[in-house]
Design a protein. Structure first.
Lengths: 406, 387
């Protein structure tokens, strides 16, 4: 469900909604050090708003509340995003100076209670973060820009290896192919055996945070730097100038859409290839999570307004169940039609969703005019063929009326 | 540039939007455009005067202080701007305030000073050199000052939050909505006052009585037969009106400058002596002699301070709110402080005041209040009457 509102502060945010059923005075009503609601008699008294999508019809109280919101942000206990029906100037100024994505003009009754995302002027209730459309509409009218390439972790690493291991041949062949690409690119790579194996082996996603899990996440984080270094090296050897960027600046709860976009644009202006990668992230609520390459790809599409995503994977596309990798993949998946019965993904271990996890954000992006291609990274000349209009692998687009449809 | 959309009109705003005027001005423009979008303002409007609240370190915290000090790196005011009082004046801190709080409060004032804000520290800037003209657009934030400016001066301002007012000072613009538009300044209800009022206390009681009953802009008719209200009477009326939930503006027949601009509303509200007595009773409780007498909420101006300085007043036990720049009376630690939220001397739990606004805030802090007229308050503080 997508609901449109008025942007108070531009940005993307995602979190579980917290519905306030009575007006809240931020000054005196919220502890700026902990994010807990302390307003006497408030129905949500005692709840913590840190990291939540705060949904409230109206706010009230002293103009000092603006400062309270800023204090919460600086103490890292601010809400991830704010959705209001009739916001007052105190709250509006607070979300702007604290840089909290905020949309006004949406009644709380219009929203569901499941995971909620804010993307520019739109709220996606009960959908994945990557369902977000572009936050800058004007980009839609520009040409399709460059391409966002996702190098699947299962392609560039030995994904089934118990220890982190690069798939040297594939990586270097791929780097050579990418160096022939003439359009601007952003490259995002997955973690493969540098991420999924270690995370699962240490059981990090299922354990309560503590010194052991912190060390585990630290190790996983370092592995991503190591993998990224290898990928950057391979691209450089092939003649490109990759520019590794910290993914948290582009996607996830800490990202600043304005700066993220400027940083990407600046990098591209200098002939550099922005190089991003999935990695662990420390969420504002103090929990560890994984910022997946697929999330980053979607964020890049939104920030840059580019219309083409190419997923280079170790399979030739998306297959209907039951899987038969010797046959042909599904050629087209349309966002405006019911989804086909899909395989749960390449049968390799994956902590961020595999193929089916990739698909739903791509369908949501398709509704915003972004076409995604899921193709084999080993198929020769595949990028050039896609850019010249050929249908390869599986194409995910908004409707049957796509130009490439036979 | 696109992030600001159509709000960038004219060379001055374009230059800020391009970042040529520095980070503080750019950030301020972000804030103002965000507010303009939120309140459907069609554009920003140049302002000629700014008054900024958000001075008390206890409200700002170290985080707010850091925000101000960051803006102070390259932020400079483009229009005259003055500062609200803090809970206390760091140059004359009351006893019992920690050294670090005094220091941090001084840093807050210094950061504003560095940006070129006049650190007069007063909630009545119109009496201390920041006097807007009729129908000029301004951006003020102190609530009692906003009512006074809109109503008595006829200047046009919304009740801006502290950061928004500062942003207006650093850019020279404010969002054009609300009370900046004539059609939003019309009265919607007539208030007939059926008793003769005298002094700040009674006008404050009237403001509270109206504010409790309507949020609409009132058209007040003083029907009790009386002399023209003084400036401090109108200050007290406006301060109490907004403190008790009323509109940020009032009209008063043949007194306020816009009272002839609009048709007189048809709906009416009757206020009697009994209504004022009810407000008085809800705030004031009889009891022992108050330990402290508090005057000057909202702040007095220079002429009033000069008059008070000629009286034989016992300074112990008397607090008079006035601007930090006032040197005519050494007034018990409240120079540049806020009478409503100032830290109280230890042991003080009963206060006499003529201010309905101060009574409201002090009562919420658990202080027993005796609401008296100014003359009665001064009598309590008169040295010659002490035994």
């Amino acid at each position: 469900m997508i609901v449109q509102g008025t942007v108070i502060f531009h940005g993307n945010a995602r979190g579980m909604p917290l519905f306030l059923t009575a007006p809240l005075s931020f000054y005196g009503g919220v502890d700026p050090h902990t994010g807990h609601i302390i307003q006497h008699g408030h129905p949500q008294h005692g709840q913590c708003i840190a990291g939540r999508i705060l949904v409230l019809d109206a706010s009230t109280g002293s103009t000092v509340g603006t400062w309270t919101i800023l204090r919460m942000r600086k103490n890292r206990v601010a809400p991830a995003g704010i959705i209001t029906h009739h916001c007052d100037p105190v709250l509006a100024a607070g979300s702007i100076i604290a840089k909290i994505p905020h949309i006004d003009g949406i009644p709380s009754s219009a929203l569901g209670t499941s995971m909620t995302s804010i993307a520019g002027a739109e709220v996606i209730s009960g959908a994945s973060e990557t369902a977000a459309p572009f936050h800058e509409r004007e980009n839609r009218t520009q040409d399709s820009g460059g391409i966002i390439l996702k190098l699947g972790g299962s392609l560039i690493t030995e994904k089934e290896s118990l220890t982190p291991k690069i798939h040297e041949r594939r990586l270097h062949n791929l780097a050579a192919a990418l160096s022939q690409t003439t359009v601007p690119m952003v490259i995002v790579h997955g973690a493969g055996s540098f991420g999924h194996g270690p995370v699962q082996r240490m059981g990090l996603l299922n354990r309560t945070p503590g010194p052991d899990t912190s060390r585990g996440w630290s190790e996983v984080m370092s592995l991503q730097y190591a993998l990224n270094n290898e990928v950057a090296h391979a691209l450089r050897v092939a003649g490109l100038a990759p520019w590794p960027l910290q993914s948290e600046l582009i996607a996830g709860p800490w990202a600043s859409p304005l700066w993220g976009r400027q940083m990407l644009m600046e990098t591209l202006t200098h002939g550099l290839v922005p190089l991003l990668y999935g990695s662990p992230e420390l969420a504002p609520d103090g929990t560890f999570d994984i910022l997946s390459g697929d999330t980053i790809v979607a964020a890049c599409a939104r920030l840059l307004g580019w219309k083409t995503i190419i997923h280079l994977t170790d399979v030739r596309g998306v297959y209907a169940s039951p899987v038969d990798f010797t046959g042909d993949p599904i050629p087209f998946i349309y966002a405006d039609e019911p989804p086909p019965n899909l395989t749960p993904g390449s049968s390799k271990p994956d902590v961020t969703g595999g193929m089916s996890g990739k698909l739903s954000p791509l369908l949501a992006l398709a509704l915003c005019g972004v076409t995604s291609h899921i193709v084999s990274g080993e198929e020769p000349d595949v990028i050039h063929r896609i850019l010249s209009g050929e249908q390869v692998g599986t194409t995910i687009t908004v409707t049957r009326h796509w130009r490439g449809k036979s | 540039m696109t992030v600001f959309g159509d709000y960038i009109q004219g060379d001055a705003l374009e230059s800020i939007a391009r970042g040529e005027q520095g980070d503080a001005a750019y950030h301020s423009l972000e804030l103002l455009v965000g507010l303009a979008r939120a309140f459907h303002a069609p554009h920003l409007i140049p302002v000629s005067s700014v008054q900024i609240s958000g001075v008390s370190f206890w409200n700002l915290g170290l985080e707010g202080l850091e925000y101000l000090e960051t803006l102070a790196i390259d932020g400079r005011v483009r229009v005259p701007a003055t500062l609200n009082p803090a809970a206390f004046n760091p140059k004359a801190p009351p006893a019992g305030v920690s050294h670090s709080d005094v220091e941090n409060q001084a840093r807050v004032v210094a950061a504003y000073g560095a940006m070129g804000v006049d650190t007069t520290l007063t909630c009545a800037p119109y009496l201390w050199g920041n006097l807007p003209r009729f129908h000029s657009h301004i951006a003020w934030s102190e609530s009692s000052a906003v009512v006074f400016a809109n109503s008595v001066i006829g200047a046009m301002t919304n009740r801006e939050g502290g950061p928004a007012a500062l942003a207006a000072a650093l850019t020279g613009y404010a969002p054009y909505y609300g009370l900046h538009l004539m059609e939003n300044r019309a009265p919607h209800i007539v208030v007939h006052v059926h008793t003769a009022l005298s002094g700040a206390l009674e006008f404050g009681l009237l403001g509270a009585a109206i504010g409790q009953r309507t949020r609409e802009i009132p058209f007040i008719i003083l029907a009790g037969g009386q002399s023209e209200p003084l400036t401090e009477d109108l200050q007290a009326l406006g301060a109490a009106l907004i403190t008790f939930g009323g509109a940020p503006m009032f009209h008063m027949e043949s007194i306020t400058p816009e009272s002839l601009h609009f048709p007189v509303p048809t709906r009416t509200l009757e206020v009697t002596a009994g209504d004022l007595a009810a407000v008085h009773e809800s705030l004031s409780s009889p009891g022992e002699k108050p330990q402290l007498v508090l005057l000057g909420c909202p702040h007095y101006g220079p002429s009033k301070m000069a008059a008070l300085s000629r009286l034989p007043l016992d300074i112990e036990g008397l607090s008079i709110g006035t601007a930090a720049s006032c040197n005519t009376l050494s007034c018990g630690g409240l120079r540049g402080g806020c009478a409503a939220v100032a830290p109280l001397p230890s042991g003080v739990n009963r206060i006499a005041t003529n201010s309905v606004k101060a009574a409201f805030y002090l009562k919420n802090r658990g202080v027993s209040i005796e609401l008296l007229s100014e003359a009665q308050c001064l009598a309590l503080g008169n040295r010659s009457e002490e035994p």
